[in-house]
Design a protein around this ligand. Structure first.
Ligand code: ATP
Length: 236
C-alpha cells in the first residue's frame, strides 16, 4: 500500500486554480520527484499535503487514511514533515536552538534526538552556537532539513531544497539525502526545478505544469533536456 496517495487533488487561490486533479503516490521508502518551473504549483502541492492550503476537491490518503480533515499539527504528529521553500529557519536562534524548538513540546528526549540527527550533518555539528541568520543559504538548508528530521517524519516533503544554493552544497545535500534514504524508514516527495538534483535522487519523476500533474517522465529521458522541456510544457 502506498504511504501517500494523492487522488484528483484540486486547489485554488480564490477563483484562480493552482492545482488541477493531481494524481500521484509514494510507496514506503521511495523518493518521488516532481519537476516544474516557477509558478507551476509545486509549493501549493506541498502545502496542501501538509494542510496549509485548503483543497477544493480530491483526496489525500496517508497510510490508507484520509488526512484532509486533519490539522497541520495532526498531520505532523501522524508523521508528515515539510521542509519549506525558503527554509524558514529562526534567524535569531542558534543552530542548536533551531533544532530544539520543533520538538520542545513533543515529550521526546531533546538532547538525544538532536544528537542522533546531527550524526547526519557534520557541518552543522561544527556550527551549533552560530545564529541561524549568520549561516550561508546552503547551511540554512541543511539546518531546515535537520530540524524536520528531529520530528522523525515517515514522509518528508522537500520544497525546492536547491533554490539559490551553491552547487557544492547542493551535492552535500544530495549526499545527505542518499544516506538518509539508504537507512530506510523514510519516504520523500521532492519538488524541484533542478533536473540534475532530482534525477540523482528520485526513483520516479513527474512533471507539473500549470497545476496539472499527469505525466511521469521516464528515467531514461531525464538525461535529455529537450525531452524534459517537452514534459514540462515547453516545446523547444
Ligand atoms: N497565496 C497566493 N495567492 C494567490 N495566488 C497564489 C498564492 N500562492 C501561489 N499562487 C499562485 O498559484 C500558482 C502556483 O504557485 P506555487 O507557489 O505553488 O508555484 P511553484 O511551482 O512552487 O513556483 P515557485 O517555484 O515560484 O515557488 C502561481 O500562479 C502563483 O502565482
Amino acid at each position: 500500500m502506498p504511504l501517500l496517495e494523492v487522488k484528483g487533488l484540486s486547489a485554488a487561490y480564490g477563483l484562480v486554480p493552482a492545482l488541477h486533479r493531481v494524481d500521484f503516490h509514494a510507496d514506503p521508502g521511495e523518493v518521488v520527484g516532481i519537476l516544474g518551473h516557477n509558478g507551476m504549483g509545486k509549493t501549493t502541492l506541498m502545502r496542501a499535503i501538509m494542510g496549509f492550503v485548503k483543497v477544493t476537491g480530491g483526496e489525500i490518503l496517508f497510510d490508507g487514511q484520509s488526512i484532509l480533515p486533519a490539522s497541520v499539527n495532526a498531520r505532523a504528529r501522524a508523521g508528515i514533515g515539510l521542509v519549506p521553500q525558503g527554509r524558514e529557519i529562526f534567524a535569531n536562534l542558534s543552530v542548536e536552538e533551531n533544532l530544539q524548538v520543533g520538538i520542545a513540546t513533543t515529550g521526546v528526549d531533546i538532547a538525544a534526538t538532536v544528537a542522533e540527527v546531527l550524526e547526519l550533518f557534520p557541518r552543522l555539528k561544527r556550527l551549533l552556537d552560530r545564529r541561524g541568520g549568520a549561516l550561508s543559504g546552503g547551511e540554512q538548508q541543511l539546518l531546515s532539513l535537520a530540524r524536520c528530521l528531529c520530528r522523525k517524519p515517515r514522509l518528508m516533503l522537500l520544497d525546492e531544497p536547491t533554490e539559490g544554493i551553491q552547487p557544492s552544497i547542493n551535492d552535500e545535500i544530495a549526499e545527505t539525502l542518499k544516506v538518509l534514504t539508504a537507512r530506510g524508514g523514510i519516504t520523500i516527495v521532492l519538488v524541484e526545478q533542478n533536473l540534475d538534483f532530482i534525477a540523482g535522487l528520485a526513483g520516479r519523476v513527474y512533471a507539473i505544469s500549470n497545476g496539472v500533474l499527469d505525466r511521469q517522465i521516464p528515467r531514461e529521458q531525464l538525461t535529455d533536456p529537450r525531452a524534459v522541456s517537452e514534459f514540462m510544457g515547453f516545446v523547444t
